[in-house]
Design a protein. Structure first.
Length: 267
């Protein structure tokens, strides 16, 4: 088995996922309190004691809220670029074991190859990730990649290239444009920010991205970070109908707001 992956929770109330390889157990983002992360991990048969590292995409609370509580787990290394680390550190009473990377650089953590890439979003220096593990030709641990792509207003070419060479893609489908427009709770300025070039991908933007890249390597695509008020799994499903047919062999997992997923084993 190359890797196992599950989403612990997704949406504006918090985002975190667990990636397990032969040699590493890492979280992608930690947008829940440490207590809640512990509960979510326990439901997956895991625990914070066993987590080796957290990879942070950006400083927004729905991705970093758990960092403060992780002080009780000082063995966990915290990977982020300088700008994100500085923003998160400003809100902490302790100094975690920061592992600073340069956006765009490739590096190794145990048996994981990690690549970060810049994404357009209203944060200091937000990134997406591509994690690769395994070896070409190895029957038991073949080389496999997973791309993580949430919180971006649009998908530039570098992002499209990065998700092409992956077996698993996690991409946001944040809002349905009609539901966002009709939402009575959000002021116009916030709606502009969400739907802007540095906001979040709409269902239509996610469909356009998937249809444009449509890689034959994809085995599973997760649609995540759904807005509770301005989206629904049914709206995502409807928006994606065309691209699903074009990617017949690929599984789609639409992750409802506040929900997680069972483990997916990537062999
Ligand atoms: Zn977010
Ligand atoms: Zn964000």
């Amino acid at each position: 088995m190359a890797m196992r992956f599950c989403i612990l929770g997704s949406g504006s109330s918090g985002n975190a996922a667990l990636l397990v390889t032969e040699g590493a157990r890492v979280l992608v983002d930690a947008g829940f309190s440490a207590r809640k992360l512990g509960t979510l991990l326990a439901a997956a048969g895991e625990s914070l004691e066993k987590i080796d590292a957290v990879f942070l995409t950006h400083e927004h609370g729905d991705h970093s809220a758990g960092i403060d509580g992780l002080k009780k787990f000082p063995h966990i290394r915290l990977f982020a670029n300088q700008a994100t680390a500085r923003m998160v550190q400003a809100g902490l009473g302790h100094r975690p074991d920061w592992q600073i990377f340069e956006t765009g650089a490739r590096f190794r953590f145990r048996d994981l190859e990690v690549e970060s890439f810049a994404v357009p979003h209203d944060a200091q220096e937000p990134v997406g990730f591509r994690f690769t593990s395994g070896r070409d030709g190895d029957l038991f641990a073949p080389r496999r990649s997973l791309a993580w792509l949430t919180d971006l207003g649009h998908a530039p070419q570098n992002v499209r290239e990065c998700i092409r060479e992956c077996e698993v893609v996690v991409v946001e489908a944040n809002h349905c444009p009609e539901l966002l427009r009709a939402d009575p709770k959000r002021p116009w300025s916030l709606k502009q920010r969400i739907s802007g070039r540095h906001g979040h991908l709409s269902n239509d933007a996610a469909r356009e991205l998937l249809a444009d890249v449509a890689s034959p390597r994809w085995r599973r695509v997760y649609l995540t970070h759904l807005s509770r008020d301005c989206n629904s799994p049914a709206a995502v499903d409807l928006a994606l109908a065309g691209v699903r047919a074009a990617l017949g062999a690929c599984e789609f997992a639409i992750v409802g707001p506040g929900e997680g997923t069972p483990f997916y084993e990537l062999v």
